[in-house]
Design a protein around this ligand. Structure first.
Ligand code: FNR
Length: 363
């Protein structure tokens, strides 16, 4: 039966029905009061559109390049951990959907499929999201495996020196169920359970993240890989400028889907100042709360080179597997195309700051 879903947001309710509460809460929730979680989406609704008329939009071109790779649209997949909890095919289904849509998938260090398994799904463009562990040899091994498997970039997550406080996860005593394993991390304790039936490997890994991670490690990472490095989790102009000094290949403005520090601004609210601070030296991407083609359009108008989506992928994966992820990507693409046509923008280059109106423009 053809699904009756007409927009990305509708997948969340279906996922909520289908998933165990512990898993749904893990995917959906944000840190502490979840103020930033709500704000990530709400902030988009404060930005209005200024369509231009009588422009030929009989052809609307959404293609673009990211780090030199041609993609079909400026909409990419953010890393989200442990996708097999959503669907048995997990990351493999997501990779196939991204490849079919002609866009990038970012694979999490905390994936439930291995780097090599994901790479073997097909010719898609894959980025590897890196968490840095205290044992740097583990990091070296992960990066080398990603290089060997043909991944095109390292996405270094910099906003998780320690784990944010998600109260739902604490209440639910969230653990990766022991019948799954983290595909990228070799551990002798795979399959072993803790007293709650959770994976011992998962609990062990959480203790291995390195809270001493700092700018020197960015330099170090550049010495162990020739892949481009994107820094994910920048929220200030100060850090964006330092990132440029350190020679990174791009920045992802992100608050980790509001899962780390609560009361940080919505990413769309800080995007423009960061784009200005970067002065075109590297591409600036953004994620957080993007659920509509109009949201993508607004981010591009504020200077983003592209956007990433997180929760829409895990929710659609839970609802309909690979098919669901394909539909989410198609819905966002179609909506962006429609927004561009109705705003008088035949290509991404035509989208400018004049196509939107923010609160500060009206003040
Ligand atoms: C994430 N995110 C994330 N980020 C990262 O760098 N490594 C990871 O393993 C994960 N895992 C993860 C799991 C889940 C369930 C979610 C929802 C998010 C953050 C993610 O990459 C991205 O920044 C946000 O999800 C973007 O916000 P939206 O699109 O979910 O609103």
């Amino acid at each position: 039966m053809e699904s009756q879903i007409s927009n990305v947001k509708e997948y969340e309710a279906i996922a909520k029905q289908k998933l165990p509460k512990m898993v749904y809460d893990y995917y959906a929730s944000g840190a502490e009061d979840q103020w930033t979680l709500k704000e990530n989406q709400h902030a988009f609704s404060t930005i209005l559109l200024r369509p231009r008329i009588l422009i030929d939009v009989s052809e609307v071109d959404l293609t673009t390049t990211v780090l030199g790779f041609k993609i079909s649209m400026p909409i990419m997949i953010a890393p989200t951990a442990m996708q097999k909890m959503a669907h048995p095919q997990g990351e493999l289904a997501t990779a196939r959907a991204a490849s079919a849509a002609g866009t990038v998938m970012t694979v999490s260090t905390m994936a439930t499929s291995s780097i090599e398994e994901v790479a073997s799904t097909g010719p898609g463009i894959l980025f590897f999201q890196l968490y840095v562990f205290q044992d740097r040899n583990t990091v070296i091994r992960l990066v080398k495996r990603a290089e060997k498997a043909g991944f095109k970039a390292i996405v270094l997550t910099v906003d998780r020196p320690v784990l944010g406080r998600k109260e739902d996860d604490i209440k639910n005593r969230f653990r990766l169920p022991a019948h799954y394993s983290l595909g990228n991390l070799e551990e002798p304790i795979i399959g072993k359970k803790d007293e709650t039936g959770g994976s011992l490997q998962f609990c062990h890994i959480l203790g291995e993240f390195d809270p001493s991670l700092n700018w020197k490690d960015v330099k170090w990472l550049q010495t162990i890989t020739s892949l481009p490095i994107l820094l994910k989790g920048i929220l200030t102009t100060e850090d964006a400028r330092i990132a440029i000094e350190y020679g990174v290949s791009g920045i992802i403005v992100s608050n980790h889907g509001a899962r780390q520090l609560d009361y940080v601004p919505a990413t769309i609210m800080v995007l423009e100042e960061i784009v200005k601070a970067v002065r075109g030296k590297v591409p600036v991407f953004v994620d957080g709360g993007i659920r509509r083609g109009t949201d993508v359009f607004k981010a591009l108008a504020l200077g983003a080179s592209g956007i990433f989506i997180g929760r829409p992928v895990v929710f659609s994966l839970a609802a309909e597997g690979e098919d669901g992820v394909r539909k989410v990507l198609k819905m966002l693409k179609d909506e962006l195309q429609l927004t561009m046509a109705l705003s008088g923008c035949p290509s991404l280059k035509h989208i400018t700051r004049h196509h939107i109106l923010t609160d500060s423009d009206r003040a």
